[in-house]
Design a protein around this ligand. Sequence first.
Ligand SMILES: N[C@@H](CCC(=O)N[C@@H](CS)C(=O)NCC(=O)O)C(=O)O
Length: 238
Amino acid sequence: MRYELYYWSEIQGRGEYVRLALEAAGADYVDVARSKGGEAKMMKRMGAGVTPSFAPPYLKAGKLMIGQTANILLYLGEKEGLAPKTEAGRLWTHQLQLTIADFVAEIHDTHHPIGSGLYYEDQKPEARRRSADFLAHRAPKYLGYFEDVAKANKAGKGRHLVGARLSYADLSLFQVVEGMRYAFPRAMARLEKQLPRVVAIRDSVAALPRIRAYAESPRRIPFNQMGIFRHYPELDGG
Ligand SMILES: N[C@@H](CCC(=O)N[C@@H](CS)C(=O)NCC(=O)O)C(=O)O
């Protein structure tokens, strides 16, 4: 089966968590919006049928139309062997992904604390306040949580969040570290000193042959100032 991923064509955004899972699994997929006329098709299909999605990303898998990043990954985790088979293991991986989704929403709000529809330039003082609090309290709390999870997971031998094998939670943690390094290089350099296990998981994902090939390919859209992770030096308190 060829999966159809529907997500914005010019950013990594939330679609990237799905792209990484599809790439790591070696799955056959098409990134629909990146083809000619694809974004119009995405918007048209999004609201169609009896299970419309509120926002991209969504995934077409045979007859299924699945929205919400964590929900898509719950599905792919089972189908593509990127999550444990046990109920407890599947729920735990999903729980980690939902926590990453919370983190991602807070990362977005550092540059858009007042309104997603407003320009960054129209909310700069608020973005500065929000980012200062985020870097002082929220980022260390989230990243410290994942460090503790990795420490408690003895079976992961420092390379996995869940059990002894790669899961989509590892891939998503990789993406968060990459994004945080892009958006907040000074602050991340400081924070990473307390996160040896998180960095080790990032490194082991980066070394996966399929992920390396993906990272070097044009399929991986570079970070930019339109996505969720944006680099505004004035927000990177260090
Ligand atoms: N909770 C959803 C959020 C989806 C979402 O916010 N998508 C963004 C792009 S990353 C979007 O296009 N939002 C349009 C909107 O909220 O109106 C998920 O994790 O998939």
